[in-house]
Design a protein around this ligand. Structure first.
Ligand SMILES: NC(=O)c1ccc[n+]([C@@H]2O[C@H](COP(=O)([O-])OP(=O)(O)OC[C@H]3O[C@@H](n4cnc5c(N)ncnc54)[C@H](O)[C@@H]3O)[C@@H](O)[C@H]2O)c1
Length: 389
């Protein structure tokens, strides 16, 4: 058994700093190599963090560095191809979401990982942040009875006046490129809806989403999600999504409540209300703020019949990017990276691996197809080769 897992990171933009914190804070991991096309950025990253091996070419890093784990935080079109190369080379993988751009591409990685006997964790941070994990634990403990309905809202994300981390290169246009984002005319939805479905199943105690229905809106874009992102001019948008689970007594809804559609919303960031048979939970997620109970800021509120509401906060140093004291960047990512390392060390299946990552992409592709067709779309309708671009 190796004492320390040797990690190579590829893609050193916005999210990489949060991943790095995860490796630095785990006693069984060490980042020994990094790779980015932007060599000035890579050299700076190496110098700041005492990393010796710096590569400009991913293939070179895989061939030359002595690695146990590869961390992939490149633009989305590179995720599955890079993950496939890594697992074929016998490396464990931490790969950012969306895991793939089409189902067949992600499934190929899962098959190759099984053949190589390596672990894959997909960077689905919505199931790794403390507030969501606590909500899940309360639901598992039966505090609200059987969960029946998941209501998600997406308020404005407010970026800190001065982000505490590097927020990526000036040219981040892969995010709005139909093919490189993977989302065709809906790059924002493709990048983010995987989070909504992953957390919607997580709060529903892993009940599977079977059918989605998306409402398409033409034009109307009046602002961007965050200053560091290039989403200013969406021509079409999906402001509402509903879904049914395989258990037909359960359903969910996501709604955009931010200024992208020109609406005012006092409640910031991602938040969810989980309605159960015997109570409900309100919980803040990424960038969340302004969940109030009796005039005080809370992060999670448990309501049960005639009992007093139980309020919880998760003060973990705030967020490096958003004006929010939910620590998405960085505690969420730290917990996710620790999960991969722990699963490798303890030789166990990750809670959120390749199959889960592929399923979230399949649900997202069903959303885009639904918006285009104007009718509900069953998740099973999305074949291995169906793409949004
Ligand atoms: N889980 C989360 O909460 C979360 C948050 C942010 C981003 N992400 C995901 O992480 C991925 C990266 O996002 P980001 O915002 O950090 O991107 P970014 O644009 O800030 O950084 C991407 C980096 O990859 C490098 N790169 C591009 N092509 C490369 C190649 N062929 N070889 C080596 N390096 C290459 C770029 O030079 C850049 O430094 C995206 O898929 C995004 O969806 C996830």
């Amino acid at each position: 058994m190796v004492e320390t897992l040797r990690v190579g990171m590829v893609g050193l933009g916005l999210v990489a700093t949060s991943h790095l914190k995860g490796y630095l804070s785990h006693p069984r991991a060490a980042v020994v190599a990094i790779c980015d096309l932007d060599q000035a950025r890579a050299l700076r990253f190496a110098e700041e963090n005492g990393i010796e091996e710096v590569y400009a070419d991913y293939g070179d890093m895989l061939n030359e560095a002595d690695l146990d784990v590869v961390d992939i935080a490149t633009p989305t079109h590179l995720h599955a191809p890079m993950a496939l190369e890594a697992v074929r080379a016998g490396k464990h993988v931490h790969c950012e979401k969306p895991f793939c751009r089409f189902v067949g591409e992600g499934e190929a990685v899962c098959r190759a990982a099984t053949l190589s006997g390596v672990r894959v964790v997909v960077g689905e941070t919505y199931v790794f942040i403390s507030s969501h994990q606590k909500a899940r634990a309360l639901i598992e403990a039966g505090e609200i009875g059987r969960p029946l309905q998941i209501r998600q809202r997406h308020g404005d994300w407010i970026e800190r006046a001065k982000a505490r981390v590097y927020t990526g290169p000036p040219d981040r246009n892969w995010r709005v490129d139909p093919a490189r984002s993977g989302g065709g005319a809906y790059p924002w939805i493709f990048d983010h809806a995987v989070h909504f479905f992953a957390s919607a199943e997580y709060f529903a105690l892993d009940e599977t989403i079977a059918e989605v229905y998306a409402v398409k809106a033409a034009g109307g874009a009046s602002g961007s999600g965050a200053a560091h992102d290039p989403y200013a001019a969406a021509e079409v948008d999906i402001p509402l999504i509903t879904w049914k689970y395989q258990d037909e007594s359960m359903q969910g809804v996501w709604m955009r409540a931010e200024r992208l559609n020109g609406k005012y919303d006092y409640m910031r960031g991602f938040s969810t209300t989980i309605i159960g048979e015997e109570g409900q939970i309100e919980v803040l997620g990424e960038g969340g703020h302004n969940l109030l109970w009796q005039g005080k800021q809370q992060h999670l509120i448990l309501h049960r019949g005639d009992e007093n509401a139980r309020c919880l906060r998760f003060d973990e140093g705030g967020d490096d990017v958003w004006e929010s004291d939910i620590s998405y960047y960085s505690q969420g990512h730290i917990q996710q990276v620790h999960h991969l390392i722990d699963c490798i060390v303890e030789d166990r299946e990750p809670d959120y691996g390749g199959e889960e990552g592929v399923h979230a992409v399949r649900c997202t592709l069903a959303v885009i197809r639904s918006a285009e067709l104007g009718r509900p779309v069953s998740v099973d309708e999305i074949g291995a080769e169906f793409r949004a671009y």
